[in-house]
Structure formats: structure tokens, C-alpha cells
Design a protein around this ligand. Structure first.
Ligand SMILES: [Mn+2]
Length: 409
């Protein structure tokens, strides 16, 4: 399968807004033809192959978002297998935790080689053993490890991501394709184009194909939002994946604590203008994923098109707290990215507290100086009430029929 030439972005170029006119498209084609005659790569596969050959014999650090999802995990594993064919060793790391029961099951059942970055600085891997780092399913903005590797002056070798371009990246090669719905699809295309031949009799390959299928499905709402390239990638993976293993991953059950958070969201939900908003109070770091799961559940109620659930997540290891929230919507005119940016604005360094993709979004607001758990239950309760009120106010400002952005029907 051939890949569109315009899809491969040079990191210096800014991403052009999706084909505004045919005039623009022909410009893109002309540019691609010029690149070809000048001897540059005509496809992402050729560019990646060249890069891998160049870095043969090195060791790379592969970074994922802090709370990696199946798409990130499976795509990183695939990259590791491909890179290995070119004698490149990869270590895959994330700095947060695996929270969703399906992600824990995926990693356990497939032996997926991704590791949590140690919370103790003394246990952290020595960065000088790596010749560079790679970002998969992220452009660095969703990882707390990005600053650390930058401080260590590790060069950014490669970015493979399907999210909208998030500013200038100083990468040797950046394959960023927002028209594709999953990084797993992009990785599958690399496999199909011949960077590595999957082998049905190889247990690791079968498990990796299963992980890719899971990643692709979960980033496309079980293929409901999939576009043609995603379906084609799924068709290719269907020759290699293990359906029973995938079903075992999907059947992972929720913990009691996650059920409790969902129950709290039901009890606390407030409805306004078809938007269901629920604060769930405090929850443990490991249970962070209960928040999007609660939002997934609240949106199934009749006359609700959007659900927002948030709580204060407490990390005992690092003694820090932050407000974490999730938005789910099936209202076509509501852009979760815009909604969250508009609701919460930016921090003092100009960074937004969150964003989103189609139908889903999330936010994280540091608690800073007010962080810390105390035995004084009165204080803990008051702290929650302050954050709860503040977040509700900011959300309701947008939901309010008189002046909100949801006033379109
Ligand atoms: Mn993804």
C-alpha cells in the first residue's frame, strides 16, 4: 500500500490545514514531485528505513504519554520490534501509571515490554546509555519525561503520532498524520510496506498484532470512527492477531474501587442543558482511569449528550495531588478540545490544562501548594469543596443556555 507523500512532515514545516482547496493540493503534489527529483524520500517508509539504517547499532529511549493507552503501548512495541531488525535496542518508558484494567491486562497477557519510569531518582536509568529518544503517540506535551531527556541533551530522533501538530518539533524525522485515527494504523502501514514481515508462527508477532488490533480499535471507538486506512490496517492485522487473546484483554474486570468512583459520579451528577457534570472527590493514583470510565457511563443516560467527571487524584509515592477530569460527548457540534481550552484556559507558562480529540477530552490541573493529604478531615473536605465549586463554575459558564457555547440547538 502506498502512503500519501504529503503525509510526511518535515519537522521544520508547519502542518498545513487539511486541504483547503484543490489549488493547495496540487501545490503539495508539486512539492512532493520536486522532493522526489531532488532525491528525497517519497514515502514515510523510505524515510524511516533510511533513519533506522543510519542509527543501526545504537540504543534508543522510547517515551510514551504518562498514562499510556493501548494505541501508544502497541505502537511503541511495534517500533521496538522494527528497530531491532536494524540492530537498534529500545527501552520503552512512561512516567505515570497503567490505570485502566484493560491496559494492565494487555501488558500482562502479551508481555508487552513497557516500563514505568522509577519514582526514585536513584533508580532511574542512566540517560547517557542512549544515543537519542523517540516519541510515539505523543509529541512530548503529555509526558513528564520530555523535560528530563531535553535536560540531558538527548537528541529527538523520531516522532510518530496522529494527534494534530503541537508546535515546532526539533526531530530528525517526524511522521505526524492527523488524518489517521491511531498510531497503531501508522505502525501497521510500516509493517505492510515491508519494514518487518510479521510471522504467524512467531508468538511475539502474534501478540504484538493483537496489541495493535486493540490499540487501533480503542482509538477509533471500536472502529466506529475508523477511516479507510484504519480499516485497511485492521484487515491486514486480522491475518496475524489472536482473537481469543483480544477477547481476554477486553474482558478484564473493573476493580471495586473503580466501581465505587462510578457510583459516586452517579450520585453527585448535576444536569444542565443536557450536560451531566460530576465531581467524585478524592481517588488514588492507580484508580485515575475510573474518571474517564465514569464519564463513559454517565453519557449513556437519556437526554445527556455530554458528560464531565473530575476528581482529585492523590499520588502517595510522590506526595502530590492534581485535579483530573474527563469529557465525553456525542454532540457533533461540540469540539472537546475547544471546550476544555475555553473552560480552563492556560497556566502561567501559557500551557493549556488539557485538550481533546473527537468526542473525548481531558484535563489536569496541578494543586500545587495546596497539595498534601492531612488527617484533618475537615480541611480535606474544604479543599475538595473549593476545587469542586471552581471547576463547576468554569464548566457551567459554557453550558449555560444564555451565553454558553452549547447554545446551538
Ligand atoms: Mn493514539
Amino acid at each position: 500500500m502506498s502512503l500519501p507523500n504529503s503525509a510526511l512532515l518535515d519537522s521544520q514545516e508547519s502542518h498545513s490545514e487539511a486541504s483547503r482547496s484543490s489549488e493547495k493540493e496540487s501545490l503539495v503534489e508539486k512539492a512532493a514531485a520536486l522532493r522526489r527529483t531532488a532525491g528525497f524520500e517519497s514515502s514515510p517508509t523510505e524515510a524511516l528505513e533510511k533513519l533506522l539504517k543510519k542509527h543501526s547499532g545504537t540504543r534508543q529511549l522510547v517515551l510514551l504519554q504518562d498514562f499510556p493507552d493501548p494505541d501508544a503501548l502497541s505502537a511503541a512495541w511495534t517500533y521496538r520490534l522494527i528497530a531491532n531488525e536494524y540492530s537498534i535496542q529500545c527501552d520503552i518508558y512512561y512516567s505515570g501509571t497503567l490505570s485502566h484494567q484493560e491496559n494492565i491486562a494487555l501488558v500482562k497477557l502479551t508481555n508487552l515490554p513497557a516500563k514505568r519510569w522509577p519514582t526514585q531518582a536513584s533508580d532511574a536509568p542512566d540517560l547517557s546509555q542512549y544515543q537519542g529518544y523517540v516519541l510515539i503517540d505523543t509529541q512530548g506535551t503529555t509526558s513528564h519525561l520530555t523535560e528530563r531527556v531535553r535536560d540531558a541533551h538527548l537528541p529527538l530522533i523520531l516522532v510518530v503520532d496522529h494527534h494534530a501538530a503541537q508546535g515546532k518539533l526539533d526531530a530528525e524525522l517526524a511522521d505526524i498524520r492527523p488524518d489517521i485515527h491511531a498510531t497503531a494504523t501508522m505502525m501497521t502501514q510500516y509493517l505492510q510496506a515491508g519494514l518487518m514481515q510479521l510471522d504467524r508462527s512467531n508468538n511475539t508477532h502474534v501478540k504484538c498484532a493483537t496489541a495493535l488490533m486493540h490499540g487501533l480499535r480503542s482509538d477509533t471507538s471500536h472502529l466506529m470512527q475508523a477511516s479507510e486506512p484504519d480499516f485497511l490496517a485492521a484487515a491486514y492485522l486480522s491475518q496475524f492477531y489472536d482473537a481469543q487473546l483480544l477477547s481476554a484483554v477486553l474482558q478484564a474486570s473493573r476493580s471495586r474501587r473503580v466501581m465505587d468512583v462510578i457510583e459516586r459520579s452517579l450520585r453527585n451528577r448535576k444536569m444542565q442543558n443536557s450536560v451531566s457534570i460530576a465531581g467524585v472527590g478524592y481517588l488514588r493514583y492507580e484508580d485515575r482511569d475510573a474518571i474517564p470510565q465514569a464519564a463513559d457511563f454517565l453519557i449513556t443516560e437519556e437526554n445527556v449528550h455530554t458528560a464531565v467527571v473530575y476528581g482529585i487524584v492523590h499520588d502517595e509515592d510522590e506526595e502530590k495531588e492534581l485535579v483530573v477530569g474527563s469529557l465525553r460527548t456525542n454532540k457533533i457540534t461540540l469540539d472537546p478540545d475547544e471546550f476544555i481550552k475555553e473552560a480552563f484556559g492556560q497556566d502561567s507558562r501559557g500551557r493549556f490544562f488539557g485538550g481533546g480529540r473527537s468526542m473525548a477530552g481531558g484535563f489536569e490541573i496541578p494543586i500545587g501548594f495546596l497539595s498534601g493529604y492531612y488527617d484533618n478531615s475537615d480541611y480535606t473536605r474544604q479543599k475538595w469543596e473549593v476545587f469542586d465549586k471552581q471547576i463547576k463554575q468554569k464548566l457551567q459558564r459554557l453550558v449555560n443556555p444564555e451565553d454558553g457555547v452549547l447554545n446551538s440547538d
